[in-house]
Design a protein around this ligand. Structure first.
Ligand code: OAD
Length: 263
């Protein structure tokens, strides 16, 4: 019988047991098994099917606000219908077992929070927190469940209640800075942690991709969970090949934090 965590290196299990400060750094792959598309996977990735310059830049929003708003509403509707998966749940449970856990995500969904994680740093903003494109006032959606817009449908953005300018998605676009608070907290956590888990990210988009490197430079153990190779493979101490929803529960079990699933 296959041992449920035989593929977790004992040195990693011990590092997790001993760690005082852990950073979980996630990307689109952690939500893949919830049915949310990644960006760079061939064929299924959003940037294989859509032009990032035409949808994820301030210039695109200025030229065609209805195309951009419609695209983000389509994505928000998908997220609202999705459920957190076993990886999100394992990450939330990890907080009970390590003295300090920082969850830092590049994802604009809310699946970490819905799985029970608190204080998540969203480096690339959130689909659920739009704001005015002129005065930055936050905008509340009328209700949390938009009609499922079809792919490619144009939708005019709402007008800001304060100044009347178009409301924009609360995400970070290409060419924009990361939210300073989230970024500073993430850098601090990466530089002070004993262990950083880089889960479901292609580790190509900077500055976010600096985080594992900062952790390595500060002497932390870095482990990656991803079915594919990334530029971080050469430097990470552990590269666990596979789906986050399968590996994360086994990683917790290997550290003795929880009984293994399906023993
Ligand atoms: P990518 O699409 O670049 O990478 C997703 C990674 O997840 C890939 O390396 C996949 O191999 C891996 N993956 C796929 N399925 C997985 C699974 N079940 N379990 C674990 N890993 C899996 O997404 P990100 O790295 O998040 O930015 O991309 C970073 C940023 O680029 C995004 O936040 C977004 C995008 O442009 C903005 O929108 C600002």
């Amino acid at each position: 019988m296959k041992h449920p965590y035989q593929d977790i290196p004992a040195t990693l299990a011990r590092a997790l047991q001993a760690a005082r400060r852990v950073v979980v750094f996630t990307g689109a792959g952690v939500s893949a098994e919830s049915g949310i598309a990644t960006f760079r996977d061939a064929l299924t990735g959003l940037w294989s099917r859509f032009d990032a310059q035409a949808l994820a830049t301030p210039e695109a929003f200025r030229s065609h606000p209805d195309i951009v708003w419609g695209w983000y509403e389509w994505r928000r509707a998908q997220v609202l219908r999705a459920q957190p998966n076993a990886a999100h749940r394992a990450i939330a449970r990890l907080a009970r077992h390590v003295p300090e856990l920082a969850v830092v995500t590049q994802n604009v969904d809310d699946l970490h929070e819905r799985a029970g994680s608190v204080g998540v740093a969203h480096l690339h903003g959130s689909l659920h927190a739009p704001r005015c494109s002129a005065c930055d006032a936050p905008h509340a959606f009328a209700d949390g469940t938009p009609r499922e817009p079809e792919e490619g449908r144009r939708i005019d953005p709402p007008a800001c209640m304060r100044c009347g300018a178009p409301v924009r998605p609360g995400v970070v676009w290409f060419g924009e800075s990361l939210p300073a608070d989230a970024w500073e907290a993430a850098i601090r956590a990466a530089e002070q942690c004993d262990l950083l888990l880089s889960i479901g990210t292609s580790a190509r988009v900077y500055p976010a991709a600096e985080l594992p490197q900062r952790a390595l430079a500060a002497g932390a153990t870095v482990a990656q969970i991803n079915p594919a190779a990334t530029p971080l493979d050469a430097r990470a101490h552990h590269n666990l090949r596979g789906a986050a929803a399968e590996i994360m529960p086994r990683l917790l079990a290997s550290a003795g934090f929880e009984p293994p699933e399906n023993p």
